[in-house]
Write a protein that binds this ligand. Sequence first.
Ligand SMILES: [Cu+2]
Length: 150
Amino acid sequence: MPGARQFFTAKAIGRPLSSFTGLRMFLAALLALSLGLMGCGRAQRANPVTQDDYAVSLAIAPSPPVVGDGRLRITIADRQGRPVTDARLQIEGNMSHAGMTPVFTQAAGGEGGAYSAAMKWTMAGDWYLDVRVTLPDGRIIGRRFEVSVR
Ligand SMILES: [Cu+2]
């Protein structure tokens, strides 16, 4: 699948991209509005990117995460609790305030349903991680995790 390793290409994302982009634009507008009204505010929490039957969990090392190099461990299981291997994960980290450069990382393989990715926390504070999972059958699911970095 050429291009699948690139982040957020239209080909890889397909139809969900438009709603995701719309959501991002809506959130950006909300954030701009809230910043204008009350200074440096938090972004609104987003609704789930997709509805699905999978269980996706995140663990971070070190814990609690600190500024600098960290490690993400993301575990995926299906509805029956069976580990999902051979998915591809594209991960985008953003802070809850405007003006930060996003941090990207990715993971694949997933032996035992566990995926490991290096992550660089570039600043202390509130982050959110958008995890896009391309399942072995090509479907894409998404999760957003909130992370507080010291
Ligand atoms: Cu920041």
